[in-house]
Design a protein around this ligand. Structure first.
Ligand code: AHM
Ligand code: MG
Length: 339
């Protein structure tokens, strides 16, 4: 049988990238491999989510005598497990955990990276068979190797990310990750259980015709946001339109589509939630890093997301992200928040 050597797996790709840096230790490649492994395990369970009535509800004891966990808890445990037992991660923070966790085994304590993640973003969509995702963010730790990681290692501005990525569990399962060198996407080939390079060198189109926002909150948005949305609705052939509104309600899937096709995603401040809904460290920062490396922009309506200095692990931020042309037009509309 002929072997198709055009196919490059995630592991092969990260090892090739590593060879470009003579002093690279392979830790980052190892960390991405660990995350890829967790993603494959999460993917298997996400694909079975519709069988919940057959396999048992959360809290039930399944046929193996184990407690059936909530899917986001399961995803969290998978990511934490692979990273704790790998060789590349000194500690983690997660949407599912109140505090960061420093891994206290000798190998982990000697690792130079820490990782943050939202294990299953958009998890309310699981019950209705809509795409959901995992988001992750990697930093070099500030504390010395050989010691326990501390909260300060996690409170770094997004600009310092070494790598960031997401996985979408959708019509196919795709892992996209960025380093400063570029953004690349890998589609899971279920027949061989490998992520294969399918979207090399992803670039965010400079402009687009898709805007993504929860319209139900319109009356709650600041004046500039309302003006921008109204402007989107009034676009036609004479001024770059017509625009189309697409909102899945899973940020990973919304941002991925806009990254591929060109568009803007917004989760602004509302009167009731002046800091927005999304979390800075493991939702906004990684997506901002990926989109910026791909040539797009990301702000909170006031400043660049990646320059924000975090004060706490779970802090929230408004988010505007996407094609640079659309972001520049948004910024001309006036106040985008309630400061
Ligand atoms: P989650 O982390 O609790 O799943 O919430 C984040 C999700 C995003 O993926 C999505 O863009 C947003 O919440 C949707 O919120 P809303 O229903 O308010 O529009
Ligand atoms: Mg989330």
């Amino acid at each position: 049988m002929m072997v198709n050597r055009n196919v490059l797996t995630l592991d092969e790709f990260t090892l090739r990238e590593m060879k470009a840096f003579p002093r690279a230790t392979g830790e980052l490649a190892g960390l991405l491999r660990d995350i890829g492994l967790a993603a494959k395990r999460i993917n298997v369970e996400v694909n079975k989510a519709g069988l919940v009535d057959i396999l048992g509800n959360t809290g039930d004891i399944n046929v193996q005598g184990e407690e059936v966990k909530k899917m986001d808890q399961y995803a969290n445990d998978q990511l934490m497990g692979v990273l704790q037992h790998g060789i590349s991660c000194a500690g983690i923070a997660s949407e599912e955990l109140d505090e960061m966790v420093a891994f206290d085994n000798r190998v982990s304590m000697n690792s130079k990276y820490i990782c943050m993640f939202d294990p299953l973003d958009g998890s309310s969509n699981i019950d209705v068979n809509v795409s959901i995702g995992t988001i992750f963010s990697v930093y070099r730790r500030l504390t010395p190797a050989g010691t326990l990681a501390l909260t300060a290692d996690f409170l770094q501005p997004g600009l310092r990310q070494v790598a960031a990525g997401y996985v979408i569990y959708g019509s196919s399962t795709i892992l996209v990750y960025a380093t400063k060198r570029g953004v690349n996407g890998f589609t899971l080939d279920p027949s061989i259980g490998e992520f294969c390079l399918s979207h090399p060198g992803m670039r965010c189109p400079e402009t687009g015709t898709i805007y993504s926002i929860n319209h139900g909150n319109f009356s709650q948005y600041a004046e500039g946001v309302q003006k921008y949305i109204t402007g989107c609705q009034q676009k036609d052939e004479t001024n770059g339109g017509p625009y189309t509104q697409r909102y899945i309600g899973s940020m990973v899937a919304d941002v991925h589509r806009n990254l591929v096709k060109g568009g803007i995603f917004m989760y602004p401040a509302t009167l009731q939630k002046p800091k927005g809904k999304l979390r800075l460290l493991y939702e906004c920062n990684p997506m901002a890093f990926i989109v910026e490396v791909a040539g797009g922009m990301a702000t909170d309506g006031h400043q660049r997301i990646l320059e924000k200095v975090p004060a706490s692990l779970h802090e929230r931020s408004p988010l505007f992200i996407g094609s640079s042309g659309m972001m520049e037009e948004l910024e001309k509309q006036g106040r985008l928040d309630f400061r």
